[in-house]
Design a protein around this ligand. Sequence first.
Ligand code: SF4
Ligand code: SF4
Length: 337
Amino acid sequence: MKRTVAFSKNATNLFFHILTRCNLRCRHCYINPAQHGRETLPLATITRWLALFADKSQTTNVIFLGGEPTLHPDLAQAVQSARRLGYQSVTIDTNGYLFHDILARVTPAEVDYFSFSLDGASAPTNDRIRGAGSYAACTAGIRRAAAAGFATSVIFTVSRDNLDELQQMPPLLQTLGVERFFIQVIGVRGQSARGPAAAQGPAGPQVSRQEWCQSVPAVAARAAAMGITVSYPKVFLDPGEPFACAGRVACNYFIFPNGRVYRCPLCEDYPLHSLMIADDTLRETGGINEAGLFQLDIPEGCVMNKLIQPGNLAYDETGRPLYRVACCLLKEELSPD
Ligand code: SF4
Ligand code: SF4
């Protein structure tokens, strides 16, 4: 069954970067220490910051991220703090190295998903993007997590470097016992916004609209037919489809260890955060920030795509956009029949 996951005001999602340190140096890493800091948040701070958001909606979910969150020695206690505070679901996004014996220090009742980043169906492709040995470490981590009774998901960031291996992912995930598959689109931010990788169009890492529309929905359908729940960003709206900016209508918070809180991930390379945690209090930043951009109604749809990813757009001879670009947070979800 396929559905577009509507934005909901009744659910709050925290994307909580508890540190920015990582053992890998992935080609498209979006962590930008100049903007996000280099701190490792102490457990007491993590718990106080979790408490700031715990009662914002009927349902509050947290995704612990880094850097590599399992490098944090107190991740298990952070998970337990989230549970004590009433968080509905807890996910750990990991590169698969699973430091600090994390699988032995949390339980499947405490962690809804371990979500593994894998950017190729084969070691040569994945390791070209994520570093030597990372495919073996990640697939071994998935197997260990599944064997310990945890639900697992995989995040695959589609780029020109790995598009041709996307169709090999469903059988691999089936073999590994993965329950959910998140297909992501590469963003022009972090490492991808620097050097030659920052190029747009055929010279850059992003795939074209045609490539995306020809490949991604078909692979998603194949994975769903194999019993895997799949989600992928819509990216390109069909004519007549409504546009909505998550910054206006949803409750997502992207929190970094230097206290910056963004509502839009495409803003994270810039000091455009609309909120800031200072002295354990969540405050609006004021001035020019992302919140002002969310209010702009433009014929292209997403304002941030127009500003930083214009390669996603196309115009007719009169200068009118040929289609609108969706919010990067708008997802299609396919569940097994
Ligand atoms: S594993 Fe994640 S945080 Fe680490 S370098 Fe890769 S993309 Fe960045
Ligand atoms: S990606 Fe675009 S539409 Fe989505 S929150 Fe950011 S500015 Fe709004």
